[in-house]
Design a protein around this ligand. Sequence first.
Ligand SMILES: Cc1cc2nc3c(=O)[nH]c(=O)nc-3n(C[C@H](O)[C@H](O)[C@H](O)COP(=O)(O)OP(=O)(O)OC[C@H]3O[C@@H](n4cnc5c(N)ncnc54)[C@H](O)[C@@H]3O)c2cc1C
Ligand code: FES
Length: 465
Amino acid sequence: MPEVCYQGRIFQLREDETILAGLLRQGVELEYSCRAGVCNACIIRATAFDPDLERLKTGTLAPNLVASGHFLPCKTRLKGSIELLDPAPGLADNPVYARTTVTGRVVGKRWLTDDIVQLHVQPSVDVIYKAGQFVWLYHSDGQARPYSLACSPQRRQPLEFHIRRHDQGHVSRWITDELTAGTDIALSLADGDCCLEDGMNTVVMVAFGAGLAPMAGISQQILDGGEAAVGGHLLHVAHGKSGLYGESDSWDLAGEIQASASMQYTGLESRSELFTSLASLNSRYCDAYWFLCGSPDAVYQSRDELLRLGIPEGRMRFDPFESQPLVALPENDECQPDYPDPQPELWAWLNEDNRLATIVADFYLQIFADPILSPYFENISRRRSREKVFSFYQRVFSGEPSFFGDRPDHAHHWMVHSDDIFDYQLLLMEQTLKNHEMPGLLITIWMSYEEYFRRDIIKTRPEGY
Ligand SMILES: Cc1cc2nc3c(=O)[nH]c(=O)nc-3n(C[C@H](O)[C@H](O)[C@H](O)COP(=O)(O)OP(=O)(O)OC[C@H]3O[C@@H](n4cnc5c(N)ncnc54)[C@H](O)[C@@H]3O)c2cc1C
Ligand code: FES
């Protein structure tokens, strides 16, 4: 059974619960807000644990925080045991974000209800995402908020969002009242795990208000015969008939679902209607996974009700639409600062026996033999690629200014490619690091550096070398 040692006590966790849920259940007082890996409020530090066994979820935490053992307990489930410490002083009040952004153009905007706007955004580069995930949208003054994607990547349409206007809301009022079609907007890469997973054969999705957005994306995935789920039931809960915007003539998600064999739709005009039907839904869909999205109090109330009905938290995914601490766009350009802090522990390991050079050489052997990656290296000698990338990693990990091109985009411009190619390359790198028996924690740190530079490396088209 997973175990956590914190403040001198041992806590046993259930296998299907997150560290945060398990500690809160046992009365431990911890900071948290979204419980969805977005606000970083729950940041905590791991000391003793088996890095080869545990995958600590680090979300958008900056590499230097990841390197010092910080992670997000609201997203992490354990396999073995771990020892926790409070985060480094000051961090809980001011968590550091390392978020990359891309630019998108608003190509459509209209009101779905009195207070919810449908927004279509065409990003300048492909945004890789899963139905149910969210991105951060940036106000022109640099403040950002997370908004769920109301679309499924299989349909290859512009990104869609449903934004509820809050009278006092800084970003939602700007988007609903001021942002116009034809304007550019900055958005982050996609995040979140309120998504279908293997083994979820039946899903019951409960959407409150604009919480329909992520559920619409997942519904489309199921309707299109997407990978995991074979059946589902979508329940949209709104205040009155006019709030059930999935049933409108112009955006008839309900009609599309009802015409299908794999899903059902129910529109509910109040929360009490939902609570009276939960028990019968539970008996009807006894092994279902439950998705709860939208207004935080509605999500938490429903979660408590489902727990009372005996549904384990491991069979629930939820995105409470919590308000967030302000997050500013990184200065200078739409990318991040040039280099994250160096990481002595990682560099000490890589520097011993010239391991970095051996790893890079091995990695390039594989790249040049790889049918997907090798075309990116035509006209470049393996030796030159190796030397440049060795120099780049040395600069990044050691902090020594040895790299002859000082910006990461220039450093990597021979690796011009899209997000999916970048992900593919990261998998290859991760496997290479494992083959060289790099300790699990150091692999996590290396990967967080790769993520840090993702935006610099991805280009819509190759540049000349
Ligand atoms: C994972 C995730 C996904 C989200 N997806 C969506 C989405 O698809 N669509 C969407 O509309 N929102 C979504 N949100 C909420 C969104 O991120 C913002 O919190 C919301 O738009 C308010 O931001 P704001 O800048 O307008 O308000 P802020 O300036 O942050 O807040 C100002 C005031 O507005 C009011 N307010 C803010 N948020 C709420 C709230 N949730 N309920 C009641 N009053 C509030 C409060 O009075 C608050 O003091 C999501 C949140 C999360 C965490
Ligand atoms: S509570 Fe963990 S990231 Fe928000």
